[in-house]
Design a binder for this molecule. Structure first.
Ligand SMILES: NC(=O)c1ccc[n+]([C@@H]2O[C@H](COP(=O)([O-])OP(=O)(O)OC[C@H]3O[C@@H](n4cnc5c(N)ncnc54)[C@H](OP(=O)(O)O)[C@@H]3O)[C@@H](O)[C@H]2O)c1
Length: 345
């Protein structure tokens, strides 16, 4: 495994790949709310394989369940709970891991049941730590933008969590660029702890952050954790029947239980792209999933900021494939070809 400094503004080192827990290995059975039961033994094998192969960077959130999305309030916290339980069962030394979790999305019905107010954040860090069975998390992300809470309150609350020893570093996710800059500058001005990592969606097809968030990362010296590097599974090619040139939905895949996936990704335009993309991966002798991950990793060279992809896996073999991708170097010509392919459709 390759390890790297996550951010120019911190000494924290992470694996070049981060394992996420938004969607977990699942069983076909569902509960009354429609949530898939989690395949705990496969998840345990995944975690063991990850740890044995140096994937020490693990990502979760207070709201994740693992087998349903969106997550009803009755099901929140499940991913953190399972992660904490299985780390204990596997006997992994917590100090060897870099654990990230998130706060901000709705956890209860009341007026303070979501957001980044001091009240909500101070409540949720303790709940997350209980579920994870840990004394602290390494990275605590603001999961969303909260326009109702002043930036000073947000940054001073997160700084207080660092001082209390409940978190080590501060992260920000999905926050619009102007608000993010304000937060970074409030922290600088008031001598509060800085934001160490930015978590945003980034893959070959979804590159909005190139316009605003990456320039911020460059200017302020902050690393990027790139989520959905496989476009939620689209870029693995498994939704394409190449012979018949049409979409297919594999049994138990995310598309079977997450309506927004189908609407977002299974479009005519993407089908045209995917047929050419799968062909290109074949020419390079790697799987489409590996090409997608290698693209994100190799973009670090282009942008000159640390970029770590965060993947989800529903099978152990997905992780095996992903770990191999870390070593793949794409030439500038390959990146150019992929850019042209995206522009053509
Ligand atoms: N901050 C945020 O708001 C935010 C948002 C989204 C995600 N995240 C984080 O980022 C992580 C990754 O996001 P994501 O799940 O959208 O990412 P992704 O890595 O783009 O997609 C993962 C999905 O692709 C499929 N897959 C992976 N490897 C495969 C392979 N080799 N062959 C076939 N299929 C494969 C699996 O789908 P199936 O499950 O269908 O088998 C898997 O669940 C999450 O777990 C979470 O920790 C954060």
């Amino acid at each position: 495994m390759k390890f790297k400094k996550l951010s120019p503004n911190s000494g924290l080192k992470v694996s070049a790949l981060c394992l996420g827990t938004w969607h977990l290995p699942r069983l076909p059975e569902r509960d009354d709310a429609g949530a898939h039961l989690i395949d705990e033994s496969e998840f345990k094998r995944v975690l063991k394989f990850a740890y044995d192969n140096g994937v020490i960077f693990l990502d979760t959130a207070n709201r994740y369940h693992g087998g349903i999305s969106p997550v009803p309030l009755t099901h929140v916290g499940n991913a953190e709970r399972l992660l904490g339980k299985l780390i204990k069962e596997l006997g992994i030394d917590r100090e060897e891991l870099v654990i990230a979790t998130k706060v901000g999305n709705r956890m209860s019905l009341g007026p303070n049941g979501a957001g980044l107010s001091r009240k909500h954040v101070m409540w949720q860090i303790r709940e997350s730590l209980k579920r994870l069975q840990m004394d602290y998390v390494d990275i605590y992300y603001m999961h969303i933008h909260d326009p109702d809470t002043p930036k000073r309150e947000i940054m001073s609350t997160f700084t207080q969590l660092v001082n209390l020893g409940l978190i080590r570093y501060i992260g920000a996710s999905n926050i619009p660029a102007p608000d993010l800059v304000e937060m970074i500058e409030v922290a600088e001005r008031l001598n509060l702890e800085p934001i160490t990592v930015l978590q945003y969606r980034y893959n070959l097809l979804e590159r909005q952050i190139e316009k605003d968030i990456i320039p911020i990362a460059q200017r302020y010296g902050i690393g990027i954790a790139a989520y959905s590097p496989l476009a939620q599974g689209l870029l693995t090619g498994k939704y394409v029947d190449v012979e018949k040139r049409k979409w297919v939905i594999p049994a138990l895949s995310r598309a079977t239980y997450m309506k927004s996936f189908v609407k977002r990704y299974l479009t005519d335009k993407n089908l045209e792209f995917m047929l050419k993309y799968i062909e290109f991966a074949g020419e390079k002798g790697i799987s489409p999933a590996q090409l997608a991950l290698a693209w994100v990793i190799n973009m670090e060279r282009v942008w000159k900021v640390p970029i770590v992809p965060i993947i989800s896996v529903s099978k152990l073999k997905h992780l095996e494939e992903a770990i191999e991708a870390i070593e793949i170097t794409l030439k500038d010509d390959d990146l150019k070809y992929l850019d042209e392919l995206v522009k053509k459709v």
